[in-house]
Design a protein around this ligand. Structure first.
Ligand SMILES: [Zn+2]
Length: 215
């Protein structure tokens, strides 16, 4: 079978950007199953893969609570399939951990063994610690401003210059900022801007809104 959508990338939403794999999950092979810590609870996530006839690699995730979804789709590279899947899985875990959760340990062997998966997670944790230490050496200029508003700025650990603070508007997700620019923004609610003055003005509007709602 062919991919239903000819594009590449990750899908962290539940929109089924790459089509719905529910009907053909029995044709997909297991990569690995693992426990996923989601902050208040631990659930089981299973990851499967399928190589389509038109040359795409689909990575399918399924949890105790969610139907199978294509979490990533990329053109098959020249690397062995296992190497390519390990790289995709690593990027997926890095980028989904704030919205979804972080794996604790593998529970079932597939193409990737439990030991291989657990060592991938250990490598990631070591990478986060290195990134955090490097980021703290060189905090972005807006860090003090976000501290002043009680938004708990901290390194996001995916890179040495990426930082997060609580989003004051949606109060659900983070505003991203870095020491490469003065821009700040929340990808969840769209709250964004550039520089200290614009942030202070935006905070005044949020405070006025919440005091009106409180009356
Ligand atoms: Zn937000």
């Amino acid at each position: 079978m062919n991919a239903s959508v000819q594009k590449e990338g990750f899908d962290l939403s539940s929109r089924h950007d790459f089509g719905n794999p529910s009907e053909y999950l029995d044709q997909c092979k297991l990569v690995v199953s693992y426990y996923l810590f989601i902050g208040i609870d631990t659930i089981t996530q299973s990851v499967h893969y399928l190589e389509t006839e038109d040359g795409y690699l689909q990575i399918i995730g399924k949890t105790d609570f969610t139907c199978p979804a294509i979490i990533a789709q990329f053109k098959r590279s020249i690397q062995p399939v296992k190497v390519q899947i390990m790289e995709i899985l690593k990027d997926y875990i890095k980028n989904s951990r704030f919205a979804i959760g972080f794996p604790t340990n593998a529970i079932q062997n597939g193409l990737v063994t439990k030991e291989e998966f657990d060592s991938l997670i250990a490598d990631l944790i070591a990478e986060f610690e290195r990134n955090e230490a490097a980021a703290l050496q060189n905090p972005p200029p807006l860090t003090e401003l976000f501290k002043e508003y009680g938004l708990e700025p901290h390194p996001n650990e995916n890179g040495v210059d990426q930082w997060l603070a609580s989003c004051p508007r949606c109060r659900k997700f983070h505003i991203y900022f870095s020491n490469k620019s003065l821009r700040w923004g929340c990808t969840y609610c769209g709250f964004h801007g550039e520089g200290e003055e614009e942030f202070r003005d935006a905070m005044k509007i949020i405070k006025e809104g919440s005091s009106k709602n409180g009356k």
